[in-house]
Design a protein around this ligand. Structure first.
Ligand code: COA
Length: 330
């Protein structure tokens, strides 16, 4: 019997603190009107406090997921965390989350594909379920972007926020869950979006700190140009490959980087704004958390059998689209 990996629950956590456009106006030379018209973002959540890493949010998201699905932590067999802001370079944030929730029997690891990480991790986790190897796989998307945002750089600090969300994958014999995926990468995009220092190429020194090299470096206009075409390309490709017409698609679940990129993707797919999940106005770009945070926000509107197209673009460059048949009506 053919197994598919169904998403059987969603858990989410965003920190309380709201960094509004108004507050950003006090930090850099910008206006709320500029930010809203160029990106669609009105506010983002920020994780405050000492010694608070990405895992703090990931643990809360997974705890909510376990509670909502009635799953025991010790029954999780694999936990993958997609993140670009791990608590530490090692151990993996996935290990810390597993420890924090009591997933004592799970093996766990991080995946880094920048803003496409959640899709890469979801596709990877799904393979273990489809192969019949595991029955309970948790995929977390979590980022504390405020840790690597330069709040003196007006073109970048307006974009990002903190958050985490997680899904549970379980086997389905009725064809629900991840049906198809188109995943791509092009490493020549490195020059446009990266964090210069802190890794093995440029370990931290007083000079790298003084040079502000531990923050996100992004050539926004170039990244925008790639994102707007590549994300739409793969979303259209996954529709074509699966003979999905615009009417067949119940929801586009796009990475929330910029509302204009989302609009272009929806336009290319031929789907109207009523079918597009959107929460960028409240959270900004939470990198790996955007797609599962959308699922959490729209969960009550989803119906068993809905056809969903997930699409993302990120640093690397990486990009991809997944076709998911939603497994439950909540
Ligand atoms: N407030 C006011 N003006 C700003 C500004 C801000 N926060 N940020 C940049 N500007 C200015 C620039 O300095 C530039 O001024 P200049 O023409 O005098 O030099 C002007 O606005 C246009 O800058 P540009 O970078 O071309 O704007 P843009 O329309 O491309 O919008 C981004 C900038 C960052 C919003 C946009 O490029 C973007 O969203 N890129 C993709 C980012 C992304 O999604 N990254 C993650 C991928 S997963």
């Amino acid at each position: 019997m053919k197994l598919t990996a169904a998403i059987t629950g969603v858990g989410a956590y965003v920190p309380d603190y709201r960094l509004t456009n108004k507050e950003l106006e006090t930090l850099v030379d910008t206006t709320s009107e500029w930010i809203v018209s160029r990106t669609g973002i009105e506010e983002r959540r920020i994780l405050k406090g000492d010694n608070q890493g990405t895992s703090v949010m990931g643990i809360k998201a997974v705890q909510q997921l376990l509670e909502k699905t009635g799953t025991r932590a010790e029954d999780i067999e694999l936990l993958i965390c997609a993140t670009v802001t791990p608590d530490m370079l090692f151990p993996a944030t996935a290990n810390i989350i597993s420890g924090g929730v009591g997933a004592s029997r799970a093996f766990s690891y991080d995946m880094n594909a920048a803003c496409s990480g959640f899709l890469y991790a979801l596709a990877t986790g799904a393979q273990f379920v489809q192969a019949g190897t595991y029955k309970k796989v948790v995929v977390v998307g979590a980022d504390k972007m405020s840790a690597i945002v330069d709040y003196t750089d007006r073109s970048n600090c307006i974009l990002f926020g903190d958050g985490a969300a997680a899904v549970l994958l379980e086997p389905s014999t009725d064809g629900y869950g991840v049906i198809d995926q188109v995943l791509r990468a092009d490493g020549t995009g490195e020059q446009f979006l990266h964090q210069k220092a802190g890794g093995s190429r440029r370990p931290p020194t007083a000079e790298t700190v003084a040079g502000r090299e531990h923050y996100i470096y992004q050539e926004g206009a170039s990244v925008f140009k790639f994102a707007v075409t590549k994300m739409a390309d793969v979303a259209a490709e996954v529709m074509e490959r699966n003979h999905l017409s615009r009417e067949d698609v119940a929801w586009l679940v796009p990475h929330q980087a910029n509302k204009r990129i989302i609009d272009a993707t929806a336009h290319r797919m031929g789907v109207g704004p009523d079918k597009v999940m959107l929460n960028i106005q409240r959270y900004g770009n939470t990198t790996n958390a955007t797609i599962p945070l959308c699922l959490a926000d729209y969960e009550s509107q989803l119906r068993r059998g809905d056809n969903l197209v997930f699409a993302a673009f990120g640093g690397g460059f990486t990009w991809g689209a997944l076709y998911v048949k939603w497994a439950y009506t909540s």
